[in-house]
Design a protein around this ligand. Structure first.
Ligand code: ADP
Length: 214
């Protein structure tokens, strides 16, 4: 039998598309779902290598009184200075990548059939090659703007600004193996998520048959 390897599913979609909604559904189904944002937060916890590198580059002024990174201050700096934004990414991305590999390794040891990772900027950061399949959650622009405004208590212009810095939906859809259309009500999307999950399960079954036959 060939070496066991869990199927790796990347989950992405623009801001406010419904990634969290979809991930919650998958967790309820029993799938292991990891958040890249959470890995990124772990990667810069006080004492970590990422934290040390950030303080070395940005200086201690970047710390809040409790000794952790002042995320708001850091966000302010990198939105004004592209070079500093790139530097921060150069520090954080390899750490996230390492942690993701660790998650894959643990899933392999547990003999999990699959593992999913929610990566908001999956295509923008060129991470699609890490995954066997990518599922994109998508919503029409006007609905998305309304949902972001309601969730984050921001103006229409601020919501549009958030969306503008991401890759257009159409491009993401073209690059994806699965599309979850979240335009409808939660109940309507649930039907589509059920359909996705059925397809995904049969894909996992076929994959394990191929492995057994090896
Ligand atoms: P993301 O994680 O992609 O940014 P969320 O899952 O947080 O998006 O969804 C954005 C907002 O829209 C949230 O407030 C969520 O509760 C709401 N939402 C998600 N899906 C639906 C839906 N089908 N109908 C109505 N509201 C939704």
């Amino acid at each position: 039998m060939a070496d066991f390897s869990p199927v790796k599913l990347g989950i992405t979609g623009g801001v406010g598309s419904g990634k969290s909604f979809f991930c919650r559904y998958l967790k309820e189904k029993g799938l292991q779902v990891v958040s890249a944002d959470e890995l990124a937060r772990n990667a810069v916890l006080p004492g970590s290598l990422g934290f040390k590198k950030i303080v070395a580059y940005f200086g201690e002024a970047i710390l809040s009184p409790d000794g952790a990174l002042d995320r708001k201050k850091l966000r302010g700096i990198i939105t004004r200075d592209l070079q500093k934004k790139e530097k921060l990414e150069q520090i954080v991305h390899p750490e996230v990548f390492l942690q993701m590999e660790r998650e894959f390794d643990q899933a392999r040891k547990r003999h999990d059939a699959a593992i999913a990772v929610e990566v908001p900027l999956l295509f923008e950061t060129g991470l699609e090659s890490l995954f066997d399949y990518v599922a994109t959650v998508t919503v029409d622009t006007d609905v998305r703007v309304q949902r972001i405004m309601a969730r984050d208590h921001i103006t229409r212009e601020e919501a549009l600004a958030l969306m503008r810095i991401q890759m257009p939906e159409a491009e993401k859809i073209q690059k994806s193996d699965f599309i979850i259309n979240n335009n409808g009500s939660p109940a309507e999307t649930q039907v589509l998520m059920d359909r996705f999950y059925e397809d995904f399960l049969s894909l996992l079954k076929n994959q394990s048959k191929i492995l057994e036959a090896d």
